[in-house]
Design a protein around this ligand. Structure first.
Ligand SMILES: [Zn+2]
Length: 108
């Protein structure tokens, strides 16, 4: 059974979309004189160190670009978030050290 509606693309995706111009190889074609065919869009993703490439249909391009951008934004936000968390932890532990110092001084 095949679904009538096309499978929705994910909202977020790692990887990136790149535009490429290609040469078909025919010596009589305009691309042989430097007028390459395209642009064609491809989705690139690195899986276990290997780069995989998938041709994107024209209607997929915008959505995939948005999904890749969303992923990058998400990752950047995540990094910023963890930086802020670490800054807080360092601040807290410094304060805790001060408190402990005071406690041990007054305790004696
Ligand atoms: Zn050609």
């Amino acid at each position: 059974m095949k679904n009538k509606t096309e499978k929705a693309l994910p909202k977020m995706m790692s990887g990136s979309v790149h535009k490429q111009f290609v040469r078909c190889g025919k010596t009589t074609c305009r691309c042989a004189r430097g007028e390459l065919h395209g642009a064609y869009y491809y989705y690139f993703k690195r899986v276990n160190g290997k780069l995989s490439k998938r041709y994107l249909k024209p209607h997929e391009v915008k959505q995939m670009q948005a999904a890749c951008l969303a992923w990058r934004e998400e990752k950047r936000a995540g990094r910023a978030h963890s930086r802020e968390t670490w800054r807080l932890i360092r601040k807290m532990s410094a304060r805790l050290r001060d408190v402990l110092k005071q406690v041990s001084f007054t305790g004696d």
